[in-house]
Write a protein that binds this ligand. Structure first.
Ligand SMILES: *[C@@H]1O[C@H](CO)[C@@H](O)[C@H](O)[C@H]1NC(C)=O
Ligand SMILES: *[C@@H]1O[C@H](CO)[C@@H](O)[C@H](O)[C@H]1NC(C)=O
Ligand SMILES: *[C@@H]1O[C@H](CO)[C@@H](O)[C@H](O)[C@H]1NC(C)=O
Ligand SMILES: *[C@@H]1O[C@H](CO)[C@@H](O)[C@H](O)[C@H]1NC(C)=O
Ligand SMILES: *[C@@H]1O[C@H](CO)[C@@H](O)[C@H](O)[C@H]1NC(C)=O
Length: 428
């Protein structure tokens, strides 16, 4: 299969509807001859024809043509016309000769040639086939399986664009939830009119069971830029200035911006749509101290400087330079400005907390000890008590104590002697 393009060609219908009435044209009545249609690449459809017979010498021949419902009328001397068409539907070209470049009021000698979509059940074809160009990096196409598709279908995606020269097969088919996708590199810029071109995409399956689907992605749309990069936030005269760098390969006038400001204190969440990013304040112009080169600047109104503000930005293409403005970039990394909790305070806290804890523990221990004393009073220690009573007279106390004990003992001994003597007397 060196040229999958042929696949497309095969579906060309060689059927040609007869021309309309051939009577009315005063110049000549005959239609063009040998009108035929073919397909190149994936879906570049080319119609060719030959001049009618019997053209007079005074006739400067040109051809009037249009598609299906009188779309894209054209009068030109060439004997061919081409169009990139997603071949999911039948498309027809009508063409007729005339002797001037003026538009005829009622062209009547028109020939028609159509090309039909590929064969197969339309409900087997994939749906929601769409592609997003991650600018100058890769094209990412996704689709959903058709309604009448077996779950084990092996999908194939072919793509073509003018810088390639041949049709390629996308290698990295992946599945993400219901969606199936494939992405391929798209970085080359062969000529400056690259963005006037399109990428042709066809999705089929390797068993030939589903109807192929076609998609044409104009390179002037479906562009998703990389996120911008915030360089700096600063307050000046009470206003917040945001300064950022755009993603590569974009002119700033070709992008629209969104600046998100979250305030941690007021819990507000503001989004500013910026069509033309420019700091109004002329004092910044050329002032590299504030605005460095190649960056974009925006003044955010009404931001409280003494609170913590978190800012992030995203971009999308605008209609000044691109055909659509649908695909936002990812958000940039965020950056904060304003009064945060003082880091010095943190360190002080970090150091004082253990000290405070230690003191608290000590106080607690002391308190517990006192508590213990109250709950479990210590067994009185007479020595201690006397010590307290007599202060420094240690020797005396000792002496007194000895005496006290001695006296007690003598008394007890005396008592028992008396008792024994009494008993003796009683027994006699
Ligand atoms: C139409 O095509 C045939 C075969 O290609 C050729 O012989 C014939 O001359 C063509 N007619 C005109 C009017 O060019
Ligand atoms: C062609 O034009 C010339 C002068 O413009 C005129 O004399 C001649 O009659 C014309 N021939 C025809 C067939 O109309
Ligand atoms: C074509 O149109 C121009 C003005 O629109 C007119 O002057 C000219 O005569 C027309 N030519 C023919 C052959 O009808
Ligand atoms: C800002 O607030 C919004 C809404 O609460 C939230 O969705 C968003 O993630 C916040 N942004 C940042 C950078 O935290
Ligand atoms: C954008 O965000 C998505 C989801 O977080 C991530 O998968 C993707 O890689 C991001 N793209 C870029 C260009 O950073």
């Amino acid at each position: 299969m060196e040229r999958p393009a042929r696949l497309c060609g095969l579906w060309a219908l060689l059927l040609s509807a007869g021309a309309g009435g051939r009577a009315a044209r005063p110049e000549f009545q005959l239609p063009v001859t040998n009108l035929s249609v073919s397909v190149e690449n994936l879906c570049t459809v080319i119609w060719t024809w030959n001049p009618p017979e019997g053209v007079g010498p005074n006739c400067s021949l040109s051809y009037f043509s249009h598609f299906g419902n009188k779309q894209d009328k054209k009068i030109a001397p060439e004997t061919h016309r081409s169009k990139e068409v997603p071949l999911n539907e039948r498309i027809c070209l009508q063409v007729g000769p005339q002797c001037s470049t003026n538009e005829s009021d009622s062209p009547s000698n028109l020939e028609e040639k159509c090309i039909s979509p590929p064969e197969g059940d339309p409900e087997s074809a994939v749906t929601e086939l769409q592609c997003i160009w991650h600018y100058m990096k890769l094209m990412n196409c996704t689709w959903l399986p058709g309604r009448k598709t077996s779950p084990d279908t092996n999908y194939i995606l072919y793509y073509w664009h003018s810088s390639l020269g041949k049709i390629l097969q996308c290698k990295n088919i992946y599945k993400e939830g219901q969606h199936i996708g494939c992405s391929f590199a798209l970085t080359e810029v062969k000529d400056s009119s690259f963005e006037k071109h399109s990428v042709q995409v066809m999705v089929k399956d390797n068993a030939g069971k589903i109807r192929p689907s076609f998609h044409i992605v104009p390179l002037s749309s479906h562009v998703k830029p990389d996120p911008p990069h915030i360089k700096k936030l600063f307050f000046h005269n009470g206003d917040l200035y945001v300064q950022w760098k755009n993603p590569q390969n974009f002119y700033s006038r070709c992008l629209s911006y969104q600046v998100e400001v979250n305030n941690s204190q007021t819990k507000t969440h503001d989004i500013f749509y910026v069509e033309e990013a420019k700091c109004q304040n002329s004092e910044f112009e050329g002032n590299l101290e504030f605005i460095s080169k190649g960056t974009i600047c925006f003044m955010v109104p009404g931001v409280l400087p003494d609170t913590l503000n978190t800012v992030r930005i995203r971009v999308k293409t605008n209609k000044l330079c691109y055909e659509d403005d649908k695909f936002w970039s990812n958000w940039s990394q965020e950056m904060s400005i304003g009064k945060k909790d003082n880091p010095a305070l943190y360190i002080t806290m970090l150091l004082t907390i253990p000290v405070i804890l230690a003191v608290a523990v000590m106080i607690l221990l002391l308190y517990l000890k006192r508590l213990k004393i109250i709950i479990f009073p210590p067994i009185p220690d007479p020595g201690k008590i006397f010590k307290e009573m007599f202060g420094d007279q240690n020797d005396d106390t000792l002496h007194w104590k000895k005496y006290d004990i001695y006296e007690k003992q003598t008394k007890e001994e005396t008592d028992s002697v008396v008792l024994i003597e009494n008993l003796k007397r009683a027994s006699q």
